[in-house]
Design a protein around this ligand. Structure first.
Ligand code: HEM
Length: 207
């Protein structure tokens, strides 16, 4: 029996990341959940935060066997993976090829927000500073200098009025990292950013 399946690239899947076209990856298979969103017992939101990405772990851990069978109905193809498992006789350092996890096609899209749920992004270590006997400050650069992180992304978007309350708990004042930046962000964005520091012990008078 022919098991020919449409091969779909990760960059194609990433485009289907909304309620208009909602694709997910489970075990390297690609599913189009668009028409199931309105019927999903838990509502559409939990599917929508995963669309355009691999949600194998979430899907497996949450669902019954019945739901896993239902998923098959929505299959539209198979993720293109490159790896060792397809070529014969390719043991690497004595590890059988079947034990190697396939390498997914690298994403080439540069996003404005750097962090993406469940994806690793390469970040270069820029500086390492010793702040106290048990605290080190590692500074990493984002992959692209145009990119921002979640908090910065909200602050830089004039249309985004999300209010952010940062409750930052530390052992002592000296352990608080990025205090100057956080204070500056709170001062510059006082309408949306509030920062509250909590310390267990204090060594400074004014605390
Ligand atoms: C076409 C794709 C999907 C199908 C067919 C499906 C089906 C179902 C079904 C039948 C249930 C009822 C409980 C059960 O029988 O397991 C359920 C519950 C649930 N689903 Fe999905 N689901 C899909 C995608 C997703 C995705 C992508 C997520 C998020 C990772 C998700 C999250 C949940 C959650 C949180 C519940 C509630 C679990 C609970 O209350 O115990 N589902 N789903």
């Amino acid at each position: 029996m022919s098991t020919l399946q449409k091969k779909i690239s990760i960059s194609e899947i990433k485009k289907h990341n909304s309620g208009d076209s909602a694709w997910i990856i489970v075990h390297d298979q690609v599913y189009d959940c668009t028409h199931y969103l309105k019927d999903h017992p838990d509502g559409a939101d939990n599917i929508l935060i995963n669309v355009g990405s691999d949600c194998t772990e979430e899907f497996k851990s949450i669902h019954s066997n019945k739901a896993k069978k239902m998923l098959e109905y929505y299959k539209i193809g198979e993720l293109i993976t490159t790896g060792y498992e397809s070529s014969p006789n390719n043991s690497v350092h004595g590890v059988p090829s079947s034990n190697l996890y396939p390498i997914k096609e690298a994403a080439v899209v540069v996003r404005s927000v750097a962090l993406v749920p469940r994806e690793k992004i390469p970040c270069k270590l820029v500086t390492k500073t010793s702040l106290s006997n048990d605290v080190r400050l590692f500074r990493f650069a984002l992959p692209n200098e145009e990119q921002t992180l979640g908090l910065q992304a909200i602050m830089r978007d004039p249309e985004d009025h999300t209010e952010m309350y940062v409750v930052y708990a530390n052992r002592m004042e000296n352990d608080i990292l990025m205090k100057d930046e956080l204070d500056r962000w709170a001062a510059e964005n006082y309408d949306i950013v509030k920062v509250c520091y909590v310390v267990q012990e204090t060594v400074k008078e004014e605390w």
